[in-house]
Design a protein around this ligand. Structure first.
Ligand SMILES: CC(C)(COP(=O)(O)OP(=O)(O)OC[C@H]1O[C@@H](n2cnc3c(N)ncnc32)[C@H](O)[C@@H]1OP(=O)(O)O)[C@@H](O)C(=O)NCCC(=O)NCCS
Length: 184
């Protein structure tokens, strides 16, 4: 397992995946202000104020500075505006596994954008970091996310009962995974 020393900027046909800068805060904040997206996320994962969004950006950047994980901002190749984010909530180095996390501005949904970002990030994780298992967890009603994961080759493993607490309620989640070359 090796974490890159310099932040790894990734390119796809339509996208640039890059580190988030303080100047991106308004773009980042905007993504989470639409009811469409809020309905799929736990309340504590939604930044309410610009200050919350700035703290999120610091959090994601610190993860990379501390060489614990990587989180990329997503922008279109011809426009610097941040339209989404993708990265790993955590990387477990000993067991070579990580949990992926992604969000896209609703104006860009259903154009294959997150699939394009996912393919690049998964490839980078398997071939450059040395991760062999990537997990994704979704709420049970998050069909768009589940369908995207299945289309990308993730396997639905199980429902994890009461996996997370949100607003004093225990929520069930669907666990998906994809394995790298280690086992194939
Ligand atoms: C989940 C999400 C990232 C998908 O991004 P996207 O760029 O729209 O996804 P894609 O266009 O790459 O879709 C890939 C496939 O996923 C499925 N899919 C995506 N959105 C769907 C929807 N609303 N309904 C049904 N299937 C959907 C389709 O099979 C689609 O392929 P197709 O368009 O060729 O049929 C986006 O909907 C999002 O940001 N949702 C809110 C935040 C969220 O749920 N984050 C993940 C938390 S686990």
């Amino acid at each position: 397992m090796k974490m890159p020393i310099k932040f790894p900027v990734l390119y796809t046909n339509r996208l640039i995946l890059r580190n988030l800068l303080p100047d991106d805060v308004l773009d980042y904040h905007e993504i989470f202000q639409y009811e469409d997206i809020k309905s799929f996320l736990a309340e504590e994962d939604i930044p309410v104020t610009i200050k919350d969004s700035m703290e999120d950006l610091h959090y994601w950047n610190r993860l990379f500075d501390d060489k614990q994980s990587i989180y990329w901002g997503i922008s279109l190749i011809n426009n610097n505006k941040i339209i989404g984010g993708i990265g790993f909530n955590y990387i477990h180095f000993q067991n070579k596994r990580a949990e992926i996390n992604y969000d896209l501005h609703p104006s860009y949904w259903r154009q294959g954008i997150m699939s394009e970002a996912m393919i690049e990030v998964i490839d980078f994780a398997f071939h450059n970091i040395g991760i062999h298992r990537i997990e994704a967890r979704t709420t049970l009603m998050n069909k768009p996310s589940q369908k995207m994961l299945e289309k990308l080759g993730f396997i639905h493993e199980c429902v994890q009962k009461g996996y997370r607490i949100s607003q004093n309620k225990a929520l069930d989640v669907s666990l998906y995974s994809i394995l790298g070359n280690f086992y194939t």
